[in-house]
Design a protein around this ligand. Structure first.
Ligand code: WT7
Length: 657
């Protein structure tokens, strides 16, 4: 069989995929999920969610499960009060599990630390006291810009404990991206590190914070964790974590907050240049994070060792490293570094070392492992693995089968989990032990979740038909809005199918003949690069902010490893100079994008062109540029204002310009 990972041509294979893998009797017998869960949720959805909310400790019980009267702004578990951090930490100590390891932290250089629930309680309490000592309390915003060190998790939980909202910004984002996120959320505090390990070397992190904070007057203090011991410039806003936090009392009484108390803001790319601050609240979010983590991963808190390879800078890290797992009293691995440091077997070394039994990662990494070769995992004992997960983009059947055979020993069920920053938790996924899995399909909405594939008119398509994915019922962990922009919230998600009241996810999808759902990628101008959302407009704005660029158009072209790769077409300014299109200048442009947004947004390829294809109304026809970027014959050009433009572009590219 030829292997064709990547999105474009894999789609056809995807839709003709007919292999299924029923759960083994052995797995089904011990599974947390049972077929009756679907029936139960269908019979009475709100009663079902109320039962799931009982997984948590509520200081005051709610008096209404769902208030949807202010749609599209939901309220879940109305009148209930809880403390999210107490639910993730203290209650496990109180139930006698203080000595259980919560986090097996593995540093990239090989240092490690086992943190028990009792220790986690002390660390989070100290950090919470430190926040209080700085005057940070309920509803304040705290930006967290850190690598995967334990303090990042302590910081998130400390915020939750005192009712402050964290705004975690991925450590790979630029100073400029950090600044806009700090400014939009008006953060009073930033928590960071001196540096971070990346591919075996320490790299500075704090300079980006200094640069961002210089342009963000809302910031009063910056707490700095010492990680790499690199020299840092010091300002009067800065305070070392070890000086401030370590001297605090390790006792802290958590306060219960309203179920709808805001928990965090997390920025994600939309179709415009400005990222959206997705707002999540407490009770409903934690209920669904906890419920999904328990059933989708079949978690057994006494015996499993769980590992989610995401970074806390993304929603996966929020819901499936911090809130879901810890609320379920997990023992989990948290790894700081890259998968090929010091060599390409690092993940399998870690699986062996800790006896990891549940492993959750992204298709882009699976395809990277495929490229590195099956002989690498084959050299390791991976027999502890019993559930495998995938998230972030459609997983092509070849990668799915490779994952099952080479990592899962041909038997661990694979859960392909579809969800978004906005949904807060998993929405569509097979339940292991119940559903026969299918390579490439996320299959069906979880019990309690309503999802459909509809056509342009909002009518559900028949089996075998394709259209848009919508969510037709409110769900507990749904976003409660976009920070500071109610209109954008309504426009982005609720206007497309306003009459039906559906949430528009922005993804294309299809039913197969069994009625299982296949996700087909974004239908808007959002690219998916290694499972990360980047908008074409964001990269275009970064490019045109460079003095040599007059105009830019960006497309996501299918990429063997990363799903999509960023390809940019730029028109240079008249006075840009003769060598502005040369290799050096192109490199400078790529670096400029990295500086504006972050290295993940660096275009894979930049092509200098004399014109861009536009419709008569001036809209760039990205479809045609995608044809060029993917080396296809250019499609229908009849709606172009000037149909000769594509010839000009192709000719220019062939002459190697
Ligand atoms: C977008 C959301 C959810 C955490 C990671 C990404 C795509 C996500 C899948 C999947 C097909 C998927 C969608 C979605 N996506 N999971 N299992 N199959 N596509 O979160 O950055 O908010 O991106 O990722 O296009 O809309 P995000």
């Amino acid at each position: 069989m030829t292997q064709s990972p990547g999105q474009g041509n894999a789609l056809d294979n995807l839709l003709t995929e007919s292999r299924t893998f029923p759960p083994s009797d052995e797995f089904a017998a011990q599974a947390n999920a049972q077929p009756a869960l679907y029936e139960e949720a269908k019979a009475d959805r709100e009663a079902f969610w109320a039962k799931q909310a009982e997984r948590l400790h509520w200081e005051t019980k709610w008096d209404q499960v769902l208030d949807w009267s202010g749609a599209p702004f939901a309220k879940w578990f109305v009148g209930g009060k809880l403390n999210v951090a107490y639910n993730c930490v203290d209650r496990h100590v109180e139930s006698g599990h203080g000595e259980q390891v919560a986090i097996h932290w593995e540093g990239e250089p090989g240092d490690s630390r086992a943190i028990t629930y009792a220790e986690l309680q002390r660390e989070v309490s100290k950090a919470a006291n430190a926040l209080t000592s700085l005057g940070i309390g309920a509803e304040d915003r705290v930006a967290i810009y850190m690598p995967m060190v334990p303090e990042a998790i302590f910081a998130m939980l400390a915020c939750a404990r005192v009712g402050a909202l964290h705004n975690v910004v991925f450590g790979g984002f630029s100073a400029e991206a950090l600044r806009t996120r700090i400014q939009d959320s008006e953060a009073r505090l930033v928590i960071t590190t001196d540096g971070q390990y990346r591919r075996g070397n320490p790299a500075p992190l704090k300079p980006a914070v200094d640069e961002a904070v210089a342009g963000a007057p809302s910031v009063e203090k910056v707490i700095v964790v010492k990680r790499t011991d690199t020299e840092v410039a010091w300002t009067d806003k800065d305070v070392w974590w070890h000086e401030l936090v370590d001297s605090q009392s390790d006792q802290h009484t958590p306060e219960a907050f309203d179920s709808e108390h805001p928990l965090f803001i997390l920025y994600t790319s939309g179709t415009t240049g400005k990222p959206k601050g997705i707002l999540h609240t407490s009770g409903g979010y934690l209920t669904q994070a906890s419920y999904t983590h328990n059933y989708v991963f079949d978690l057994k808190p006494d015996t499993d060792v769980y590992w989610c390879t995401a970074d806390i800078g993304w929603v996966t890290g929020h819901s499936y490293i911090v809130y879901g797992p810890l609320s379920n009293r997990v023992t989990q691995v948290v790894y700081e570094g890259t998968p090929n440091t010091p060599n390409e077997g690092r993940h399998w070394d870690i699986v062996e070392k800790y006896g990891v039994s549940i492993y959750y990662t992204a298709p882009t990494l699976i395809r990277t492992f495929m490229k590195w070769g099956a002989d690498i995992p084959a050299k390791h004992d991976l027999s502890s693995l019993r559930v495998l997960g995938s998230v972030g983009e459609p997983i092509n059947p070849e990668a799915w089968i490779w994952y099952r055979e080479n990592i899962g020993g041909g038997k661990a069920p694979i859960v392909d989990t579809w969800w978004q920053t906005e949904t807060g938790a998993i929405m569509i996924s097979p339940l292991p032990g119940v559903v026969s899995t299918k390579p490439g399909s996320a299959q069906r909405p979880l019990p309690g979740i309503g999802a459909k594939v509809v056509n342009d008119e909002g009518v559900e398509v028949p089996h075998g038909g394709g259209g848009y994915l919508v969510l037709d019922e409110p769900w507990p962990s749904m976003l409660r809005g976009i920070w500071g922009d109610e209109e954008r919230y309504r426009d982005t998600y609720w206007s497309r199918f306003k009459d039906q009241g559906f949430y528009f996810a922005g993804d294309g999808a299809k039913y197969d003949n069994d009625g299982d759902i296949w996700l087909l990628g974004r239908v808007d101008d959002v690219m998916n690069v290694s499972g990360h959302r980047i908008s074409t407009t964001e990269v275009e704005s970064a490019l045109v902010s460079h003095p040599t660029v007059a105009e830019a158009a960006v497309v996501g072209a299918s990429d063997e490893t990363t799903g999509q790769g960023i390809v940019a077409f730029v028109i240079l300014r008249g006075g840009a100079g003769a060598d502005a299109g040369g290799a050096e200048a192109i490199k400078a442009l790529r670096d400029h994008v990295a500086k504006e947004i972050g290295p993940i947004a660096k275009p894979r390829q930049i092509m200098v062109v004399p014109e861009l294809p536009k419709t008569r109304s001036g809209k760039i026809m990205r479809r045609l540029l995608r044809d060029v970027a993917e080396n296809r014959t250019v499609g229908d050009v009849t709606t172009l204002a000037d149909s000769s433009v594509m010839d000009l572009i192709s000719a220019g590219l062939q002459s190697g310009k």
